[in-house]
Design a protein. Structure first.
Lengths: 114, 116
């Protein structure tokens, strides 16, 4: 398996549920990212991990909790979300945070919050 | 602060027509990078090109070409002889060396539909 894999591809949850999004990269990269893609808005960078350390938190509400246990895996734990959190969540990886700007993206997890 | 504007929300062209996607950026940094990414219906963004602020040479790659003009803060993307497979959402993005080349600021995207 190659590239960046995200699971689940689709998720529907209530506002009181707790769920997690998973991202796995098979590229040997050291940096991983979470982006949020909402309709008619630019992609928003949420979190960056470089060599397993969080280096960016773009003022994301605490109901989103990232976890990076190793350079190949990234999770986004979700709890008590709001309907406006419904979006496509994209995971990406790169060699490391400061290099070329070429990010490799997964196909995204489409989240619907009821 | 960095900002990328893609004024064209949606464009439709007939196959074999040429099409240009516009991108205008704002930054106070003197060293920065510009990118184009393609998002096909499957969802994953695919890297197409990176230019750095020192290099204003235009680039051509097959049917794709890019026109970088610092004087107008623009980085436009032209597809020549469009094909149905070019149908996708295209994003222009900007990053600054100062804050990390991989911290990309994206525009809102242009949805291109190529009609057979």
């Amino acid at each position: 398996e190659t590239g960046v894999t995200q699971t689940p591809r689709h998720l529907v949850m209530g506002m009181t549920n707790k769920k997690s999004l998973k991202c796995e990269q098979h590229l040997g990269h050291n940096a991983m990212y979470w982006y949020k893609q909402s309709a008619k808005k630019p992609l928003e960078l949420m979190f960056v991990y470089n060599f397993k350390e969080q280096t960016e938190n773009n003022s994301v509400p605490s109901r989103f909790s990232p976890e990076c246990p190793n350079s190949s895996h990234l999770f986004l734990h979700l709890h008590t979300l709001q309907p406006e959190d419904s979006a496509l969540y994209l995971c990406a990886s790169s060699q490391h945070q400061m290099n070329t700007g070429e990010l490799f993206f997964g196909e995204g997890s489409r989240l619907t919050v009821l | 602060a960095q900002k990328v504007t893609q004024a064209q929300t949606e464009i439709s062209v007939v196959e074999k027509e040429d099409v240009t996607l516009d991108c205008v950026y704002e930054t106070r940094d003197t060293t920065y990078y510009l990118f184009w990414y393609k998002q096909p219906p499957s969802g994953e963004l695919v890297f197409l090109i990176r230019r750095n602020s020192f290099d204003e040479q235009n680039e051509i790659s097959g049917r794709y070409s890019w026109n970088f003009q610092k004087s107008t803060s623009s980085f436009n993307f032209t597809i020549t002889a469009s094909q149905v497979v070019d149908s996708a959402v295209y994003f222009c993005a900007l990053s600054a060396m100062r804050t990390g080349a991989n911290n990309l600021f994206f525009g809102t995207g242009t949805r291109l539909t190529v009609i057979p």
